[in-house]
Every structure is written in C-alpha cells, then in structure tokens.
Design a protein around this ligand. Structure first.
Ligand code: ARG
Length: 471
C-alpha cells in the first residue's frame, strides 16, 4: 500500500491508467529489494546521461548543473541508507523520486530519450565489471595461498590417487598445484566474461534507439565501455554477459568444491593427512571430540547452489522474442547470488588452506610398496621388455607377493627371478619414495625440479608476467 501511495505521488508511468496497480500485482512487480544495490551504477550512468543530453543541447548548462548537484545529494541520501525500506518499484524509480525531491520537475528531464530498459542493461554491465574485478582478486588470492602451501610442501611425499585408489607416490606440493591451475583458467574465463559486457547499452532507448541525438561514442568512453552495442533491440534484451559471468562463477565454484572435497577427506581420521587450524574447524553440538571441516563442506554445497543460479540464467531468455521482457528482471537474484556466495566462500577457503598443516608422517604411512609396481614395469621396459609384457610380469609379481603375504618390495629374489631374471636387481635398486617420485621428471611431473618449475610458472602467471597462454 505504501508503495502504491509512493507511485501515486511519483510515477514513471501511468498517464494512461486510471488506477494504481493491484497490491498483489505490485508485490510481484517490485524489484527494489533486489536491485537497490545497483544504485551506485545507476547514478554513474545518470551523470553520464545528463552530460550527454547537455552535449546534445537538450539541457542548458544551468539545468545540467542543477541535475548533477541533485544527483550528488541523492548519492548522499543513498549512502545514508535511503534505499532501505523505500517503497519504490525499483532502483530507477527510487532514484528518480529522490532526485525529484531535490530538483523538482527537472528530474523528469533526465529521462529524455532514456528508458529503464537501457538503464538496467547499462547498470548491470557496470555491476558485472566490478564483480569480475572482485572475483578475480579472490580467485587469485586462493591460487596464491595454494602456491605458498605448495612451496612449503615439496619435501612431503604422499600417495597420489586415481579412482580413489593409491596409484603412485607424488609430492604434496604437486597435489596442491593441481588445484591452483584450474583457478588460473578461471581467471581467463572471468576476463572473457568481462569482455562480453563491454558493449554500451545506454542510448538504446527502450528498444529502437534514443529519440535524442546523443553522442553514444562519447558515452561509451565516459562509462568505460569498449564499444557501442550495434543494435538497440539486441542490447536491451541481452543478458549473455551475466550468464557468461555466472558460468565462470559456476566453474570456479566447482573447482573450489573439488579442492574442498579433497581436503575434507584428508582431514578425516582415516586419512589424517592434514590438520585444520582451530579458526577453520567447527565442533559438534553433541560429540565433544569432533572437529568438522564445515568450511570445506559449505564450499562444496555452494557449488550446487551456484550451478542453480547458472541454470536460472540459461533458462531466462528461452523462447523470448528479441528485446526487453519483464522476465529479465529475474536475472538479478541469480547473478547477485552467484557472485555473493562465491565472494563469501573464496576468502574462507583461502584462510583454511593458508592455515592447514600437513601431517607428513600420516602421508608417508599411507604409502604402499604396491605403488612402486609401475616403477618396476618401467624398469623392465628400460631393459627392452615390451611394456605390455612388463606390465603382465609385474602383475604376476604382485600376485606372488599377495599369496606369499609379503610387501611387493620383499618378494624373495629367487621367487622374483622366476618371473623375470632382471627383477631381483630392479627390486634392490628401487630406492626411497623420493627416488620413485624423482623418476617422473618430465615437464608437469612430480619430481622436485618439475614441481619447482611449476611453482615458478604459476608465480609468473599469477603476477601477470606470464605468457597468458594458460588462460
Ligand atoms: N526492474 C526492471 C528490471 O530489473 C527494470 C527495467 C524495467 N523496464 C520496464 N520496461 N519495465 O528488469
């Protein structure tokens, strides 16, 4: 009701209506509780629009100055919380009403040649630009935390897994780095999403272009866009840039969820590979002994939620003719939620990563001599046994070890020699776990040098001095 009254006092439209909107229709129609946060962007676009009108000789210098001063007052009011609990339909109506309070009817002049369709399309692109910058900072910061942990974890060897089965020994640093590279790709996707949003909508009017001959090229530079959208009907109905951003966010969320899943597993009693800092572990209300990895579990859960936001945005334009439709108002809850939730999750995961402690003894204890089977097969292959045959022979050796009830490395020489005469010597020369890891020294492998090279490469890419080919 309060809102209908506000509308009766100050309406953007309604000349052709005799009565106000029905209360329940109005509740459905209102977007202010969600879009109020676009006010800084709406003001920025409003100032640029006022100047463009002046440049097009639609406002004289006095009226321009009054509008700009009015917008300054509006900004102060909004900074002081004027949007909170305001009765208006949306952020655009709110700002117009506030401006009307300061400059009177002149507020209406600002709407010359402008529509909420090109306004919201502009505001949202400006908002996404800020969101990309904020997300990029957080993603980079998590990648740096992984880099720092990895640099401390070169000496530590643990089982590397595929299919959840112990496969080959690897360095702890190497595992952490495997979670950092996806974040590098994510930054590339964020940059690409920002690129999609670099088309200027303002001046598109409602759908057909502005009736005022504003200089859109000037507006474009003024608002920091890269180019003017070539088609007004398209740009007012285009939310691809938001969908691109939420796709990037969705994939970031999945990457963080995978990291979180692995670390939650390693924090379990059964693995015990890592210890979480007190600040990032939670207790149980019932079981006094519990130390739960809630931060990682929540990070995993947010992955589901953010993909839900992506689905919303992917569905929204489905079947819509070109141009603006009110369906598009539903873009904001999904877009804002995806970005908000990631900005909530990333710093917590970064903190949890930065403060966790590896437990090298537990990692080492989980190493099983069977994980040296590949080294033995490689050894035979190096002695010109075709790898398929070598694979079968070591498979036999594994079976013998199991029937004899001894670790693979302790199969008696005489028994091993029956499988292949070179095996006793190969078994004797296997060396330490480190020696095994060092045998995988190709680029991208987990030998010390390969890991150090990766650390250096990641550092370069993260501080922007890399080649950019990773993105
Ligand atoms: N609140 C609207 C939205 O977010 C603003 C655009 C309204 N345009 C219109 N023609 N009613 O989509």
């Amino acid at each position: 009701v309060a809102s209908s009254e506000a509308q009766a006092e100050h309406r953007l439209w309604g000349g052709r209506f005799s009565g106000g909107l029905a209360p329940e229709a109005e509740r459905l129609n209102r977007s202010l509780p969600v879009d109020y946060r676009l006010w800084p962007h709406d003001l920025r676009a409003a100032r640029a629009w006022a100047r463009a009108l002046y440049r097009a000789a639609f406002l004289d210098a006095t009226r321009l100055a009054r509008i700009l001063e009015g917008l300054d007052v509006v900004e102060q009011r909004l900074t002081d919380g004027a949007a909170i609990g305001a009765p208006d339909e949306d952020v655009h109506t709110l700002i117009e009403r506030l401006l009307f309070d300061v400059v009177g009817d002149l507020a209406g002049a600002l709407n010359t040649g402008r529509s909420r369709n090109d306004q919201v399309a502009t505001d949202l692109r400006l908002w996404c630009r800020d969101a990309v910058a904020a997300l990029d900072r957080e993603v980079a910061s998590l990648a740096w935390a992984l880099h720092a942990k990895a640099a401390d974890g070169i000496e530590v060897v643990l089982p590397g897994y595929t299919h959840g089965q112990r496969a080959q020994p690897v360095r702890w640093a190497y595992v952490l780095l495997a979670h950092a590279w996806p974040l590098v790709r994510d930054r590339g996707r964020l940059a690409a999403a920002a690129h999609r949003g670099e088309e200027l909508p303002l001046g598109a009017g409602a759908l057909a272009g502005s009736g005022v001959a504003v200089d859109r090229a000037w507006l474009c530079g003024e608002l920091g866009f890269a180019r003017v959208a070539p088609n007004a009907l398209d740009v007012t109905g285009d939310r691809d840039f938001a969908t691109d951003l939420v796709f990037a966010a969705g994939l970031i969320a999945q990457h963080v969820a995978r990291l979180a899943a692995e670390l939650a597993l390693y924090a379990s009693g059964e693995f015990g590979f890592i210890r979480l800092a007190d600040g990032y572990a939670t207790g149980s209300s019932l079981m006094p002994q519990k130390r739960n990895p809630d931060i990682f579990e929540l990070a995993r859960g947010k992955g589901a939620r953010i993909v839900g936001d992506l689905i919303t945005l992917l569905q929204l334009p489905r079947g819509l003719p070109a141009g603006y439709h009110k369906d598009l108002q539903e873009d904001k809850p999904a877009l804002f939620d995806a970005v908000d939730q990631l900005l909530l999750t990333l710093p917590a995961v970064r903190g949890a990563v930065a403060t966790l402690e590896p437990v090298p003894e537990r990692m080492r204890a989980a190493l099983d001599p069977l994980m040296l089977a590949t080294d033995l097969a490689d050894g035979l292959a190096a002695r010109t046994v075709p790898f398929r045959d070598a694979h079968r022979m070591i498979g036999e050796l594994v079976r013998v070890a199991a029937t004899e009830g001894v670790p693979l490395t302790d199969v008696p020489a005489t028994v091993a020699a029956r499988v292949h005469p070179a095996l006793p010597e190969l078994l004797a020369s296997l060396g330490s776990w480190e020696a095994s890891v060092e045998r995988r020294s190709t680029v991208g492998g987990s030998s010390r040098e390969a890991v150090q090279r990766q650390l250096a490469e990641l550092e370069q890419v993260l501080d922007g001095s890399g080649t950019g080919t990773h993105m």
